[in-house]
Design a protein around this ligand. Structure first.
Ligand SMILES: [Fe+2]
Length: 329
C-alpha cells in the first residue's frame, strides 16, 4: 500500500479536465477522461488513496508502507553501520515492521531514502544549472563549451566502462535476485562504446582518454557502488536508483546542446544511451531489486542512508565542479 510523500500536492484546473501532481522534484500533468472523473475524485476524497498512488508508482511521489512479516517471501538480514546527517531515526521509525521488534521493511526504507535524496538533489540547483550555463557558453565560446563537454563525457565514460565491474558482486552470494541483476548487467553492457562514439566525434580517441581527467568524485562513486554490491544489498538498490536517476525529459540535456553545436554527430551516442535507459525504464530498477529483499536490520538501513548520502554529495560536488568550470571560461 502506497503512502504519499509529504511534499505531494495536486492542482486541478477549474473544469476538472486535468490535474497536475507536484513535488519539488517532479511535476506530472494528467488529463482526466470525463468517464473516469468521478472515480478519480472519489480516490482523492480523503487524501491520496493507495490505489491512486499505485497508478502513479512509476513516479517518485510515494513510498510503500512497511509490510507485516508474513508478507515477506524471503527472510534475510544484512549488516554494517554508518553515520548520517539525514533523519535516520525517522526513516527507521517509519519503516519498522509492526510486531517485529528490530526488523524493518527495505521497500519502505528505499522509498524514504529516495525522498531524502530527491530533497537534496532538487535543492542543489547545480543539477539543472550546469546545462543551462553550458548552453550560454555554447553561444559565447564554442571551443570552451566543447572542452567542458569532453570532460563531462569522460566522467560518463568512466561510469559506463566500470559499470559491470561495480555491479558484478551483487549477482554472487547476495540476497538479491541474481537473474534480475544479471539481466540488468547485460542491459548496461556496451554503453561505454556509445559514450566513446560521442567522444570520438569531439576529437578524443580511445588512446587519448588518459589525457582527460577522471575526477576523484567520479572514481569514488563507482567504488561506492561496488562496495554496496559486495556487502550492502539495500544500499546497492538505493545507489542503482540514484545512478539511474529520474528522467522525465525526451532527450539527454548534453545531447541537446551538442546537437546545436558544430559537432551535432557527437550527440548521437549519448542520446542513444539515454533512450536505452528511458525505454528500459531504468529509473525503476532499484525499486524492482528491493522487492526481492526480506526484512532488514537497523544496521542495513543506516548503511543504506549513509552510502546514499555520500553518493548524493559526490554527485552534487561533480555538478558544482562543472558549474565553476563553465563560469571560469
Ligand atoms: Fe541504465
Amino acid at each position: 500500500m502506497y503512502r504519499p510523500y509529504p511534499e505531494l500536492e495536486i492542482q486541478w484546473n477549474p473544469d476538472y479536465t486535468n490535474f497536475v501532481l507536484k513535488c519539488p522534484w517532479v511535476s506530472i500533468e494528467v488529463e482526466v477522461d470525463p468517464s473516469d472523473r468521478e472515480n478519480v475524485l472519489s480516490q482523492l476524497h480523503s487524501g491520496f488513496a493507495p490505489e491512486f498512488l499505485e497508478f502513479f508508482s512509476d513516479y517518485p511521489i510515494s513510498y510503500f508502507r512497511p509490510r507485516a512479516l508474513p508478507e515477506f517471501a524471503i527472510q534475510t538480514l544484512d549488516f554494517s553501520w554508518g553515520r548520517s546527517s539525514w533523519p535516520a531515526d525517522q526513516i527507521l521509525e517509519q519503516s519498522e515492521i509492526p510486531g517485529a521488534d528490530g526488523l524493518y521493511d527495505p521497500q519502505t526504507a528505499y522509498g524514504l531514502i529516495r525522498r531524502q535524496r530527491l530533497i537534496r538533489e532538487s535543492s542543489a540547483k547545480s543539477t539543472l544549472g550546469v546545462y543551462s550555463e553550458l548552453g550560454q557558453l555554447l553561444d559565447q565560446n564554442e571551443a570552451a563549451f566543447l572542452q567542458v563537454a569532453r570532460e563531462i563525457l569522460r566522467q560518463t565514460y568512466h561510469v559506463t566502462s566500470q559499470c559491470d565491474f561495480a555491479l558484478a558482486p551483487a549477482s554472487l552470494a547476495s540476497p538479491l535476485d541474481s537473474k534480475k541483476i544479471n539481466s540488468y548487467r547485460r542491459s548496461e553492457l556496451g554503453h561505454d562504446r556509445l559514450v566513446l562514439r560521442s567522444l570520438n566525434e569531439l576529437g578524443v580517441r580511445k588512446s587519448q582518454l588518459s589525457e582527460v581527467m577522471i575526477l576523484p568524485e567520479t572514481a569514488r562513486s563507482m567504488e561506492l557502488l561496488r562496495e554496496a554490491a559486495q556487502h550492502h544489498p539495500l544500499a546497492f538498490c538505493c545507489l542503482v536508483g540514484l545512478f539511474e536517476g529520474e528522467s522525465f525529459s525526451k532527450s539527454d540535456p548534453l545531447a541537446d546542446l551538442l546537437a546545436r553545436s558544430s559537432r551535432p554527430k557527437a550527440a548521437e551516442g549519448i542520446q542513444k544511451h539515454f533512450e536505452i535507459n528511458r525505454d528500459g525504464n531504468h529509473a525503476q530498477i532499484g525499486e524492482s531489486f528491493v522487492k526481492d529483499l526480506g526484512p532488514v536490520s537497523e544496521e542495513a538501513i543506516r548503511s543504506a542512508i549513509f552510502m546514499t548520502e555520500e553518493a548524493v554529495a559526490l554527485g552534487v560536488a561533480l555538478n558544482d565542479h562543472f558549474v565553476r568550470k563553465v563560469r571560469s571560461c
